[in-house]
Structure formats: structure tokens, C-alpha cells
Ligand binder design. Sequence first.
Ligand code: CU
Length: 238
Amino acid sequence: MPNEQSSVWIRLLAGALAVVVLSFIVSQIASGEVIPPLLIQAVIFTALAYAVWRWQRRRWVLIVAIVLTVLGLAGGIPFMVEDLAHPESAWVFVPSSVVIIGLLVAIVSGGAALFRRSEAMARPLAIGAGALAVVLVVVGVVATLGVSDDARADGDTVIVAKKASYPSTVTVRAGDVGLYIENKDLIRHTFVIETADVKVELPGSASRHLAVALKPGAYDFRCDVPGHDSMKGTLEVK
Ligand SMILES: [Cu+2]
């Protein structure tokens, strides 16, 4: 039966997967929408946590868990790594850091259970990972509370980022253009106009002013956060 003599490594593995699932749920709440890849992974990791707990003596279950966890980490890193550089957007910084820590702990615990390593290291690993997560939560919260909006200048044209979407067209007069980008989401975005050498970081729920000299023409703008490919529009300069 599952509870009889359950290995500490198995408990740590199942617990780490549960924490990862929780972080995926928090990420989707922060985004205000269902993110299919995260939802699918949440379901897979929930099933895995149950499977390793239920069938903990079957080595193939552990092997499947390790392989899927490694794949989840490899697939998620390109989306998560940039978030780690932005503690001022706690709603992405915290879930991404916790997911990475959780997946690493799951991989190590799965390997240790599979190869029946001494359980002496399990507790220090759990405490270390937990302490690191707490520190990162504090860093994220403090950095996010320190973010303030830019002042809005007279004549600024407002562009709103909401539900990971930008307006498709914004029209402004040529010359010295003042833009005021409002991020209405909890998650971070960017405002990028490649052809005008503009790149602005938009922390969650923050507004940024920018001044740029533009000649008449059409300028594509977008958010270059990985996975936000649909967040784009055109600035018509007349
Ligand atoms: Cu974005």
C-alpha cells in the first residue's frame, strides 16, 4: 500500500510536483486566462504526482516521472528564464522561479528514489529549496512594491496592454511623439518598435512614458516576451 514505508524521496518528488502544479495555476490566474501548455502540464504533473505516490515501488513510474519532468524543464526554460531577471514583476518572477526549483527538486528526488540513494540528503534538499523559494518570494514582493508609474505628459497617446493584447492600430502625429503605455495585466510585458530602436520594459500593472521622434510611416510594435507573439499592433504616424 502507498503509505506503508513510503520513501522520503518519493514524498519529496510528489510534493515538488504538487508545488509545480500550484505555480502553473497561479501563473494562469495572474495572466487572467487559460494558457493551454500550462494547463496540460498541470494535468500531467498532477497525474504523475499521484502515480509516483500510488505505485512507488514500480521503477518505470519513476523513470516516466523523471523523463517528463526533464522535458517540462527543458521546454519551459525559454519561457521562464527571462522572468528570473524581472523580480519587479512578482506575478511572473515568483511562479517561474518556484517552477524551476520544483522541477529541479523533482528530478533530483526522482533520481535518488530510482537509484535508492541515502535519504539523509532529502531533508536538507527540501529545506534548502523551500528557503530559496521563500527568499525569492520576498525579493519579488519587495521589488514589485517598489515599482511606480511614470508621470503622464500632456499630449501623450495612451496605449493599453490588457489580457496580453495590444490595440491593432494606434495613430499619432509625426514629430516628437509622446506615448504612455499602460500595462493593465499583473504579468510583465514589453513595448518594442524594432524599426525605431524602442524597447521598454513594462512591469506588471505599471505604466511607462516614452518620447520618440518619428517620421511619417507605419511602425510595427509588439511585446517580445516569449509566448506573447499575438501581442502586436501598428503605429500609424501621419
Ligand atoms: Cu506581453
